[in-house]
Design a protein around this ligand. Structure first.
Ligand SMILES: C[S@@+](CC[C@H](N)C(=O)[O-])C[C@H]1O[C@@H](n2cnc3c(N)ncnc32)[C@H](O)[C@@H]1O
Length: 210
């Protein structure tokens, strides 16, 4: 499990009957919610898995690759630790150029692509239009700074995920880029990016190693 956070998905695999699960994540609180002798938590990064070649029947990564700085290295590492006959399952979403690629849909539901259309100060200024003051305003500004901090999102295009996964030489079961409806792209949005990238929300890749 690459990007295992507090261990919730590792625990799910255990409940499904998997005997041994390994979870990787850089955060200090890795695995904190699900201590289990059947789960080995390894604090580290997808780009350099501290694990031997060919060890896993399944390598699974959900909602993580859009945060990983070096996408190509992460894919290569996941393929490296996969056993012959093993399956790689990755899902990256929401991609940076998609309507809520800032991961703050809860704040900007009515303002798709706000992170690509407005500057940080313009976004922060919307706090007063929303009637936010005091602690609520501070929390809002904190979220805006998080979503615009390049340390947290790799800002890669959907085409980069397709290229990086295709380059692994695995047998592809499924590769899918899920697109939002075109109607979301209003004519008054001035965003210097192709519609195909702006509408690509999710990249899913499932493949096995011969
Ligand atoms: C949105 S969370 C998803 C967690 C979990 N997979 C889920 O779906 O609930 C993204 C996770 O990616 C982790 N992450 C960020 N950079 C990473 C990296 N370079 N390698 C592995 N995990 C990373 C974060 O710490 C975070 O736990």
């Amino acid at each position: 499990m690459v990007g295992c956070n507090d261990g919730t998905e590792c625990a799910m695999f255990r409940r499904l009957g998997v005997e041994r699960v390994h979870g990787v994540d850089p955060i200090e609180e890795i695995g904190s919610k699900h201590p289990d002798p059947g789960i080995t938590y390894i604090r580290g990064a997808a780009e350099q898995l501290l694990l031997p070649d060919g060890m896993f029947d399944l390598v699974f990564s959900f909602a993580t690759l859009e945060h990983v700085r070096d996408l190509e290295d992460a894919y290569r590492e996941m393929a490296r630790v996969l056993a012959s006959g093993g399956t790689l399952y990755t899902l990256a979403a929401p991609l940076w150029y998609s309507p809520y690629g800032n991961h703050c849909e809860h704040l900007f539901r009515d303002e798709p692509w706000i992170h690509l259309r407005l500057t940080r100060d313009e976004i922060v200024a919307t706090a007063s239009q929303r009637g936010l003051t005091g602690e609520a305003q501070e929390a809002f500004v904190g979220q805006v700074d998080y979503m615009l901090d390049p340390r947290f999102f790799n800002r890669r295009h959907a085409r980069d995920y397709v290229a990086a996964s295709s380059a692994l030489g695995l047998s592809v079961e499924l590769e899918e880029v899920r697109m939002e409806p075109r109607a979301l792209l209003r004519p008054d949005f001035q965003i210097d990016e192709s519609p195909d990238e702006l509408l690509a929300t999710t990249h899913r890749f499932v493949a096995h190693k011969e």
